[in-house]
Structures are given as C-alpha cells and as structure tokens.
Design a protein around this ligand. Structure first.
Ligand SMILES: [Cu+2]
Length: 207
C-alpha cells in the first residue's frame, strides 16, 4: 500500500510549490479558490498578449484552436492534492493517474489536441482548457520538466524547462479559460504544459 506515501509526497511538494508561487500567482495549483486567469472576450483584448512574445493580440478567423484536455476526478484529486485542484468528476481517480504515470511516464488523457499542427506567421494559437485542472501552454526551446517536481520525476523530465520558471500569472489557464499565443517565429515551435510536462504541442511554421 505505498500509494499513501506517494500521494502524501505529491501533495506536500505540490503545496510547497504552490505556496512558493502564491505571492506571484494568486491562484495556482489549487491552493486557492479557482478563478479563471484568462477570460478573453470581444471587448477584452486578451491579456496574454503580454506573453513572451512582443506580438500584439490579434483576433482572427484563422486562429489555431488547441484543446487542453485532462480527465481528473475531482473528489480523489482534491483529497490527495488540495481542494480546488480539479473541478470535474468521474474521470481518472488520483491513484490511477499516479499509476499510469509510474508505468508509462504519461497519463494519456492529459494532452493537447492536436499535439501537432501547422500555422502561419501572424496567426495565433488559442488554447481552451476543456479539463478540470489548471494547465499552461508554454513555448519552450526544448521540452523539459515543469514546476511540480513529482510529476517531472514520474514523467521522466528531470531537467526543468527554463521557460517554466518564469511564468506569469496569466500563463495559468483555469478550467474553461482561454489563452492566446501569437505565432511570431518560423520553424517547429514547441509548447508544453508546465504542470504536466508530458502535455506537448509542436507547431510547424513555414518561413
Ligand atoms: Cu497541464
């Protein structure tokens, strides 16, 4: 019955991570009341224009939609990690999530859809969080670990992606939230979730 140790550890470190970032990130991994971090609307230019890139927020019919998916089971995730970690029910229970990660290095229901796409310069990626947990869509030079050490370990991502260490509050996309990322470079662009580092997206942008 070792899950207890594992869950306790995850919960502890998760909460430490959370506490450490609380000053800069009011709502994070479920340590606070969930509230949408990014709620773009026609009247509100997307705050995430402030992202890494200097590109301007730019609504377009040709935006590339990316779904952020997960299958967390609220009751078990909230009990194991923190209340508010997961707002959905009826998915993968926490111990199965950990078991999948332990066995495969990924929990497949936690993914971006699509995981590969193509886009043109000047288009934008629009990520919509369809899951029950917070996710990020963070552009990285190289895929790596995120901000939750136990998940890095279980997913075999020991080297933290530097970009995951400089996240801004609006990089965290709450369930139901939306996040916009302007495409401002060519080549294969890599994006990952800085919480669940096996959630990855590659965008091919021709020159
Ligand atoms: Cu995630």
């Amino acid at each position: 019955m070792r899950p207890h140790l594992g869950l306790g550890l995850l919960s502890l470190i998760d909460c430490l991570t959370c506490a450490a970032m609380t000053a800069a990130v009011p709502m994070l991994l479920g340590c606070g009341d969930p509230s949408p971090t990014t709620e773009p609307s026609a009247a509100t230019p997307v705050a995430s224009g402030v992202l890494a890139s200097a590109g301007q927020p730019h609504a377009s019919a040709s935006d590339r939609l990316v779904n952020m998916n997960d299958a967390c089971d609220g009751p078990t995730f909230n009990a194991a990690v923190d209340p508010g970690t997961c707002i959905r029910e009826g998915g993968v229970i926490f111990s199965d999530f950990i078991a999948q990660l332990t066995r495969q290095g990924v929990a497949g229901a936690w993914h971006f859809a699509p995981s590969m796409t193509a886009a043109q310069l000047d288009q934008a990626l629009v990520a919509v969080n369809r899951g029950g947990e917070v996710h990020t869509l963070t552009r990285v030079a190289k895929f790596g670990g995120g901000i939750v050490p136990p998940l890095n370990e279980l997913s075999h991502n020991p080297v933290v992606a530097p970009e995951c260490t400089t996240l801004e509050p609006d990089d965290f996309v709450a369930p139901g939230g939306t996040y916009r990322q302007q495409i401002d470079a060519t080549g294969p662009l890599l994006f990952q979730c800085c919480i669940h580092p096996w959630m990855r997206l590659t965008v091919q942008v021709p020159g």
